[in-house]
Design a protein around this ligand. Sequence first.
Ligand code: NAD
Ligand code: UD1
Length: 335
Amino acid sequence: MKILVTGGAGYIASHTNIELLNSGYEVVAVDNLSNSCMESIMRVEKLKGKKIHFYRADILDKQAMQSIFDQEKIDAVIHFAGLKAVGESCSIPLTYFRNNLSGTINLLEVMQEFGVNNFVFSSSATVYGEPERVPVTEDFPLSATNPYGRTKLMIEEMLGDLYQSDSSWNIAILRYFNPIGAHESGEIGEDPNGIPNNLVPYVAKVAAGVLEKINVFGNDYDTPDGTGIRDYIHVVDLAVGHIKAIEKLSDNPGLVVYNLGTGVGYSVMEIINNYEKACHKKLPYVVTARRPGDIAISYADPSKALRELHWKAEKGIEQMCEDSYRWQSKNPNGY
Ligand code: NAD
Ligand code: UD1
């Protein structure tokens, strides 16, 4: 089976490419390299000793997408391509709407044209807005608090309408919680441009001596130590979830939605403590103001994915921190 992976050079995609190759799938990847580089593709090929058919193209470019579908006989698409920085999405919302929404519409139109109707979509726990309680189940009310989140929510709604119009589509919407860590080889990992926005990539750069100290965004939340709690999931577990979703699509399930998380929440201070164990040093931090828009606590109820996909996160927080640190120390400047 041949899988088209959009955003195929990115962080989660590169780990998913490895799992796809492990499971015997052929991988066709498309990426405009706006937030990634070819090196991640080459490293995956080297690790697995297999080729990825890579196309440097923009999903907004319909002709380029048509020519990929023309050349390759695609069976299913995993759609990672998108812009993902919340803060940036508030400054340049139209860029986010064009890239994420128009890009997805283009892709779905080309799929329709070529009769490809198996689709896995990278959604996010951000679609739950500020959840009323935890753990979060898939039937919780949805909302968006920023343009990035709105693109995820709008795409989910678009996919619902598409499925209503034509039930031959098979669509798996995967709502990721907080992916962190890296492949155990230390050869591929998260490589953010500039100063990281997210906690663990920031902590990794402090541990590697690239940044001076961690800013803890608020310690007055209603949580045991006052810092925000999230459901961190090892990116390799998350990648395996995509293989399970592809397998599920072959049963013609229609439109299905799954949380991919561990079901366990860790606070910012617990992450720092675990990371200190992984890197064997004290990590300097200061408590600063809350980050606007942040919520106190969010973690998944992942039981639906266990029941229906037979998938469960296996790797614990120690391994997440160790693997993150291995990648960061082997590649202090990224790829
Ligand atoms: P990433 O930036 O590493 O990967 C996205 C890739 O898409 C990049 O390689 C980028 O160059 C590419 N891309 C963007 N726009 C494109 C376009 N128009 N045409 C072709 N390629 C394009 O991000 P990631 O962390 O691997 O995230 C992958 C997906 O998962 C995204 O859709 C993101 O919103 C979603 N997601 C990520 C997280 C997270 O915390 N990392 C959480 C929830 C959901
Ligand atoms: C981020 C995204 C969200 C996405 C989610 C899943 C933002 C604002 N939100 O949320 O859209 O769905 O990832 O991957 O980017 N923190 C610090 N110091 C830092 C960075 C973060 O204390 O330098 C704290 C935050 O307040 C939060 C926790 O660490 O409590 C995790 O933050 P982060 O890694 O940015 O993830 P989310 O806020 O969950």
